[in-house]
Write a protein that binds this ligand. Structure first.
Ligand SMILES: [Zn+2]
Length: 418
C-alpha cells in the first residue's frame, strides 16, 4: 500500500516538474479500412479513447490507409476489434518513445541557430528578430495574429523591391509536425543567403511573408507536455483544442472534420472559433491583391497538393495546378530521389474541409495555393530525426522554387496577352 502511495506521489511530482508525457511501448499501426463502417468505427474509437488511441493519419474514406497510435494497454483489444471488423493492419512504429528519444542529436549544440536540431518557439522567434537586425532594409518582423494563450503569431517579411506579388509561407499549423517550422526557417535562410543566380532571380521577384509557427501555443505544448499534440490549446467541453486546419471559413465542417472536441480533426465550435485562424485570416485579407501565392507545410506522407479539400468544389484552374505540382514533384525527386504523390487534396489524401489553402483560394480568390506533406511516409511519421531536416528542406525548397517559377511565367504570359 505504502509503495503505491509513494509511486503516486512520485507521479504527481514528475507531472508538477513539467516532464513531458512518455510514450513507452506505444505503437503505430497502419490500418486498412475497406468500407465506410470501418472508417466510422476507427473515428469512434479514437474519439472515445483519445488518450490511448490516436490518429497519426486520419481515417476519412474507405480504401485509404489510416495510421493509428495505440497505448500498450489497449493494443490487444484494438487488434481484436480490427479482426472482428475484418480490417487488416501492420505495425509501422514499434515504440514511439524510442523515436522521441532519438529524434534530436545526442550532443545538442545551442551555440547558434542551425538545422542539425529542432528549436523551441523562443529560439525561433529570437532568430527572426536577429534577422531583422542583420538584414535591415530587406527583413522586417511582422505579427500575423494572436493565440488563445496570448502569444503572437510571429513572422517576417522579406522584400527586395516594391510592387512584387506576395507569397505567404505558413508553417506549423499542426503543432507536432516539427519538420514544418524547421524547414520553413531553412527556407528563410536560403532566401536570404543563396548566391545562386537562378534562386536570386526568383526570390527577389516576390515579397515573402513567412510564419514558421502558426499554432505557437500547440508548438510550445509539444515541447513541454505532449510531443504528439496537434491542435490549438483552447478548452472545449470535454477536451482541449480544435484542429486549426479544419477551422477556416470555407465549406466549414462539410466533410473530413469532426464535431467532437476530443477528435484530432475537431473543426471547432464554428468557423474561425480559434483566435489563431481568425486573426491570421484577417492579416491575410489585409494583404489585399498583393497576395498571390499561399504555401502551407505539414507532415507527413510526401504529398504535394492544391485545393480543394472538399469534393463539392473544383478549382477552375485545376489543370494548370496539376501541371505545376507534377513538375515540382519531379524537381523535388532529382536531389535525393524522394518520391511525392500529387493532386488535389480530395484526390491525393482525403476530404478535409476548412483548411487554410482551401480558404485562401475559395474565399480570398488566390489562383496559386499549395500544401506539402513533408517526409516521411510513416516509418518515423511526425518524429523525423533531426539529421533529416537539411535534406528535407533542400529538396522541398527545390520544389518551392519550381512552383514560384511557374507562377512568374504564367503572370508574364498573361501580361503579354493583354
Ligand atoms: Zn498537418
Amino acid at each position: 500500500m505504502l509503495w503505491r502511495v509513494a509511486l503516486l506521489v512520485l507521479a504527481a511530482l514528475s507531472l508538477a516538474a513539467g516532464e513531458p508525457r512518455r510514450f513507452d511501448g506505444h505503437r503505430v499501426y497502419r490500418v486498412e479500412p475497406t468500407n465506410k463502417h470501418h472508417v466510422q468505427f476507427l473515428n469512434e474509437l479514437t474519439s472515445k479513447y483519445y488518450n490511448d488511441i490516436l490518429f497519426w493519419k486520419d481515417a476519412s474514406v474507405a480504401n485509404r490507409t489510416a495510421d493509428v497510435m495505440v497505448s500498450p494497454e489497449l493494443q490487444n483489444s484494438f487488434l481484436e476489434a480490427l479482426e472482428k471488423k475484418g480490417m487488416k493492419s501492420s505495425v509501422y512504429v514499434e515504440d514511439v518513445q524510442k523515436l522521441i528519444d532519438n529524434e534530436r542529436p545526442a550532443k545538442k549544440s545551442r551555440a547558434s541557430f542551425g538545422w542539425d536540431d529542432y528549436h523551441t518557439l523562443d529560439e525561433i522567434n529570437e532568430w527572426l528578430d536577429s534577422l531583422a537586425d542583420s538584414y535591415s532594409g530587406v527583413v522586417t518582423t511582422v505579427v500575423g495574429g494572436s493565440t488563445y494563450e496570448g502569444r503572437e503569431i510571429r513572422g517576417i517579411k522579406i522584400s527586395y523591391g516594391t510592387g512584387n506579388p506576395a507569397v505567404v509561407i505558413e508553417g506549423g499549423i499542426h503543432a507536432r509536425e516539427w519538420i514544418s517550422p524547421a524547414s520553413v526557417t531553412w527556407f528563410i535562410n536560403e532566401i536570404l543567403t543563396s548566391t545562386d543566380a537562378s534562386v536570386r532571380s526568383i526570390v527577389e521577384s516576390f515579397d515573402f511573408y513567412i510564419f514558421p509557427n502558426t499554432n505557437p501555443d500547440g508548438y510550445v505544448y509539444t515541447w513541454t507536455d505532449n510531443r504528439m499534440w496537434r491542435k490549438t490549446r483552447k478548452p472545449y467541453n470535454l477536451c482541449v483544442g480544435a484542429d486549426p486546419n479544419r477551422n477556416w471559413d470555407f465549406h466549414w465542417a462539410e466533410e473530413g472534420a469532426s464535431s467532437i472536441s476530443c477528435s484530432e480533426a475537431f473543426a471547432g465550435s464554428e468557423a474561425f472559433s480559434e483566435v489563431e485562424t481568425k486573426t491570421l485570416s484577417e492579416f491575410l485579407t489585409g494583404l489585399g491583391s498583393d497576395l498571390q501565392v499561399y504555401l502551407s507545410f505539414h507532415s507527413y506522407s510526401q504529398l504535394l497538393m492544391y485545393p480543394y479539400g472538399v469534393s463539392s468544389v473544383v478549382a477552375d484552374n485545376a489543370a494548370e495546378l496539376q501541371q505545376i505540382v507534377e513538375k515540382a514533384a519531379q524537381v523535388l525527386a532529382t536531389r535525393y530521389g524522394t518520391q511525392y504523390t500529387v493532386g488535389s487534396i480530395v484526390d491525393a489524401i482525403y476530404p478535409a474541409a476548412g483548411t487554410s489553402i482551401d480558404w485562401s483560394m475559395g474565399a480570398l480568390g488566390l489562383r496559386y495555393s499549395f500544401v506539402w506533406e513533408l517526409r516521411d511516409t510513416g516509418l518515423y511519421g511526425f518524429i523525423l530525426p533531426a539529421d533529416q531536416i537539411i535534406p528535407t528542406s533542400e529538396e522541398t525548397f527545390d520544389s518551392v522554387l519550381s512552383v514560384l517559377e511557374d507562377v512568374l511565367a504564367a503572370s508574364r504570359s498573361k501580361k503579354q496577352l493583354h
